[in-house]
Design a protein around this ligand. Structure first.
Ligand SMILES: NC(=O)c1ccc[n+]([C@@H]2O[C@H](COP(=O)([O-])OP(=O)(O)OC[C@H]3O[C@@H](n4cnc5c(N)ncnc54)[C@H](O)[C@@H]3O)[C@@H](O)[C@H]2O)c1
Length: 341
């Protein structure tokens, strides 16, 4: 193990590098980790070698409980052959994102990871995943990079941590030279909690992650391009039968934040839209306690199924691309028809 000091951008804290060997990887990805100490370990894979470095920056003192990872195998992502672009019609080419750079919060798994894969498949050259779960984020970045050849970085950042987000976005600009797409998918859900007994701290924590986190990331990333906030149909309807007042309120706030930012930032060339999924088959919902309720959810859904983890992918590509150039402030519900009844 070798440790040495390097100089980064002047406004940035000093960073120490530690390098160790690992198995060969075809592509490049980088993993940024926030830790419990005053420094942040970083893992990167370049040219088949594993490197570690330390970012020294303030660390969030808050913790973030998250649901366990799902059991299902993650689907593979594919690279679009570079020659294919010249055969695309003007309409199809407006759905591609060649040379764009995307940041995906909550990209370690679930809907965020699937949308990251979709963006990689339509040509983005760089993807920065921000997530609190180190192992998931590291694995997601490595596999996405290996499968598509895209330059992927993983930053272990809590979306409640404004300083961590700022440091991350600065590094994204330093490394990629730009940022075109932000997908805000990090979020948590509490359900089956009656409003009259809702613990105050739990209530505040959920709002802090789902709404403040969305705002902090949008504010840091909003320099141009497209912002896609993952809200929920729960921002427009009250779910049945489970009580989840805080989650519903948080997602209504995400929808209204989306519209407000879209109006304020249109003059800067920034588009802001939200996706409101119905019940999706992700780890968030793969908990035994929800099994009985899931049968009710499916019964109340005209299409008679939960959404698949990749059912948002093409909408995300559309919202990220020039194909949706005249759309801003829109909340797109994609729920198998649930909100029709
Ligand atoms: N699954 C559904 O049925 C459903 C329905 C509507 C909306 N949504 C929304 O879609 C988004 C993604 O949901 P999912 O089902 O993929 O969930 P998920 O739990 O599978 O993935 C969420 C990811 O966000 C990360 N995360 C959580 N808190 C974080 C924090 N404070 N900082 C950084 N990262 C954090 C988690 O580590 C995880 O990787 C959420 O905002 C959720 O509210 C989900």
């Amino acid at each position: 193990m070798l440790a040495r000091s390097i100089t980064r951008a002047s406004a940035r804290p000093a960073i120490r590098h530690t390098t160790i060997s690992t198995r060969a990887t075809r592509a490049t990805f980088k993993s940024f980790a926030r830790d419990d100490g005053p420094e942040v370990p970083v893992i990167s894979y370049e040219g088949g070698h594993r490197h570690e470095e330390i970012l020294s920056m303030p660390v969030s003192t808050t913790s973030c409980p998250v649901t366990p990872a799902g059991q299902d195998e993650q689907k593979k992502a594919y690279q679009l052959d570079a020659n294919a672009y010249k055969y695309l019609t003007p309409t199809l080419s407006r759905f591609t994102l060649p040379d764009k750079v995307a940041v995906i919060t909550g990209g370690g798994r679930g809907l965020g990871l699937n949308m990251a894969q979709a963006l990689a498949e339509v040509g983005v050259r760089g993807i920065a995943i921000m997530d609190v779960q180190q192992e998931l984020g590291d694995k997601a970045a490595r596999e996405l990079s290996e499968q598509t050849g895209v330059d992927v970085r993983f930053y272990r950042v809590d979306v409640r941590d404004g300083q961590g987000i700022g440091q991350t976005v600065q590094d994204v600009f330093d490394h990629y030279g730009g940022l075109d797409v932000l997908v805000n998918a990090a979020g948590i859900a509490d359900s089956n909690i009656k409003a009259e007994v809702y613990d105050h701290e739990k209530f505040r924590r959920l709002l802090d992650i789902n709404i403040t986190g969305t705002f902090l990331t949008a504010q840091a990333c909003g320099k141009g391009g497209s912002i896609i906030n993952i809200a929920s149909m729960s921002g427009s309807i009250v779910n049945y039968p489970q009580e989840q007042s805080c989650y519903n309120a948080s997602k209504a706030a995400v929808i209204q934040l989306t519209k407000s930012l879209a109006a304020e930032w249109a003059p800067y060339g920034i588009r802001v839209n939200s996706i409101s999924p119905g019940y999706m088959d992700t780890a968030l919902n793969r908990v035994p306690a929800l099994d009985a309720q899931k049968r009710i959810w499916v019964d109340h859904t005209p299409q008679k199924r939960l959404g698949a983890v990749d059912d948002l992918n093409n909408l995300a590509v559309y919202l990220a691309s020039a194909g949706s150039g005249y759309m801003t402030g829109n909340n797109c519900i994609i729920d198998g028809g649930y909100t029709l009844w």
